[in-house]
Ligand binder design. Sequence first.
Ligand code: UFG
Length: 341
Amino acid sequence: MKVIVTGGTGYIGSHTIVDLLEHNFEVICIDNLSRSNKYALEGIEKITNKKPTFYNIDLCDRNATLKVLQEHKDAVGIIHFAALKSVGESVEKPLMYYANNIDSLLNVLIGMKSFSIPNFVFSSSCSVYGNADELPVTENTPIKNAESPYAHTKQIGEDIIRNFATVNPIQQHILLRYFNPVGAHPSALIGEIPIEKPNNLVPYITQTAIGKLDELTVFGNDYNTRDGSCVRDYIHVCDIANAHTLALQFLIDKKNKTNCEVFNLGTGNGVSVLEAIAAFEKVSNKKLNYTIGPRRAGDVVAVYADNTRAQQALNWNCKYNIEDAMLSAWNWENKMQELKL
Ligand code: UFG
């Protein structure tokens, strides 16, 4: 069975392609390489001995998008990852974020409808919950105001898909809300390739440990948490990837109750920044150079998932814990140095 993956050379996209190929799907990968590296395709091939068909296309180009979707209209589904995802950049350049993330989604949906491609899986984010006031966060936790234009594009994307689903009973949709994806493939052949100084904790940790960055600042140790630092639900990218294969199969098997279902993808465990650092130090056997600094504007105190729905409906379970994630991220950082990425 053929599946179209947009944003397929990106961080989560590339890991998902590996999982799909390992489950015998044929993969059509679309990416404009604006925030990713073509090396991902080599890594995918080294791991799986299979090659996705690749199109270098900007999904904001409607004609180009429709042409590829028409060519592959026999696909069983589309997994739509392609989007800009930096929270800080979205605050600086809101129009760029709205234009890119919404136009590309619309073009993909228009193509999906035009060519009757039956199933759609959307990359959403726990950021749609805004500053949630109940923990753990379930899929029914009320959606609050978005904290950034990036998060707002995910809320709008979900709304567009929901409205589209209402009038298109033939097509089936799943919205996957990711918590904090971290780590890399255990082979260390693919992983996240940050294009500039990272904002996220784990690449910041590994770049500090390898000497690309001088030190890590822990943004606040005076929060009302068990050690004073913020709590997040760090989930291994391979567990997230596998959930996409299961979600697609769930739709193919017609197990969905409505034609737009939502699942949280988190481990269900909250881990503090200081605990994440300790996990890194343990598995890497390296002392991390870090200091405690002031709080970062916009950070929520604590957020972690209730993942019961995804476990039960998709028969999905997390295979990896925070130490596995840190070790794989560290191995990948070393590999990137070797590959000069
Ligand atoms: N942190 C530090 N120092 C750093 C970087 C991060 O202490 O140098 C802390 C942050 O304060 C936060 C935790 O590490 O407490 C995680 O921060 P990240 O930037 O890695 O992740 P966020 O939880 O802020 O962001 C993630 C996703 C976004 C998404 C957001 C929704 O990266 O895409 O969750 O809450 F929008």
